[in-house]
Design a protein around this ligand. Structure first.
Ligand SMILES: Cc1cc2nc3c(=O)[nH]c(=O)nc-3n(C[C@H](O)[C@H](O)[C@H](O)COP(=O)(O)OP(=O)(O)OC[C@H]3O[C@@H](n4cnc5c(N)ncnc54)[C@H](O)[C@@H]3O)c2cc1C
Length: 285
């Protein structure tokens, strides 16, 4: 067996220097809760690991109208953060429903995003909150909207010499939100389906809405057409039915060991309906 190389970066500059030198050969490892499962089952056999968990990317801060989260921030630090609790309660809800305490103590938000699982649980919330990622390499820095980040299952727009440095989420304390994850068990389980909905309401009129879903398409998705149907409308039950039908057209679920495509289609519509009703209160005509 070839000797494994384990590189530990001390800061972001060192991460991008090493990424520039080794590119794809250096497998980034943050918490390792996704990577090590694949390495232990020989799905991936990297010879070189680049550990970024202690390189100063564990932070949560407020800057102008945004909350900025370092990519190597642990999932449990997100749940515990007063800033996130105050400004992004939807993200707290989504992360609290992930895995177990032990996994959340190791796993990071950047790892969840970059692993690019269709069922990544932070992503529907981040899509509905209109998050972006800051991507860095030795020679460049770019901002990519979360909705443009994924290109397929396990695939992203990241080039071999790039990493995600941080996640930027606009603050909007007036945003109404609702979230639902269905797993096969109550705890410590990946999503069969997850849905996050945000709405900006003014005097009974929905000015803007975002409906995002996980585990129902090759990547987590923002249901753009369904979301658009809600904009600048007074929402009644007829419109909610229309939106739920539109969601069904925008998803492309598959059968897998966690659930059937049929179940996912059916539940997507029901959950979206329930979440919109939850946001608006039950008294819709
Ligand atoms: C028992 C168990 C239960 C789980 N339950 C859930 C669950 O309920 N919901 C869920 O969504 N996930 C779940 N997971 C998956 C995993 O814990 C999460 O996806 C976690 O957030 C991954 O973070 P990490 O830091 O451990 O990623 P790592 O394993 O370190 O990395 C994951 C991938 O991202 C890349 N990467 C990491 N950071 C960066 C970066 N900054 N820039 C570029 N690439 C990067 C790595 O190279 C790798 O390809 C579970 C895992 C286990 C083992």
């Amino acid at each position: 067996m070839a000797e494994k190389v384990f590189l530990k970066a001390k800061d972001v500059n060192e991460i991008i220097e090493l990424k520039s030198k080794y590119g794809q050969k250096a497998k980034v490892i943050a918490g390792g809760t996704d990577v090590m499962v694949r390495v232990n089952t020989l799905v991936e056999t990297p010879d070189c690991f680049l550990y970024i968990g202690e390189a100063g990317l564990n932070y949560i801060k407020e800057e102008n109208d945004n909350i900025i989260i370092g990519a190597a921030t642990k999932l449990n630090d997100i749940i515990a953060s007063p800033l996130i609790k105050k400004h992004l309660p939807l993200l707290v809800e989504a992360v609290s429903g992930m895995a177990s305490v032990a996994v959340r103590n190791m796993g990071t938000i950047g790892g969840n995003i970059c692993n690019a699982s269709p069922a990544a649980d932070t992503v529907p919330a981040l899509l509905a909150l209109e998050a972006s990622v800051i991507i860095v390499s030795k020679d460049s820095q770019r901002t990519v909207a979360m909705k443009e980040f994924f290109t397929g299952p396990g695939k992203t727009v990241l080039n071999p010499d790039e990493i995600v440095k941080e996640i930027i989420i606009p603050k909007n304390d007036n945003l109404k939100w609702a979230y639902k994850k269905i797993g096969r068990r109550k705890a410590d389980t990946l999503s069969v389906i997850s849905v996050a909905v945000t709405m900006n309401l003014k005097d009974d009129v929905c000015k803007d809405a975002k409906i995002a879903l996980g585990a129902v398409a090759p990547t987590p998705i923002l249901a753009l057409n369904a979301s658009a149907l809600l904009c600048d409308k007074k929402v009644d039950s007829l419109l909610v039915d229309k939106v739920a039908n539109e969601v069904e057209k925008e998803i492309a679920p598959i059968d897998d060991q966690r659930g059937s495509a049929w179940y996912r289609r059916r539940m997507s519509k029901i959950i979206v309906k329930n979440l919109i009703e939850q946001i608006l209160g039950k008294g819709m005509k």
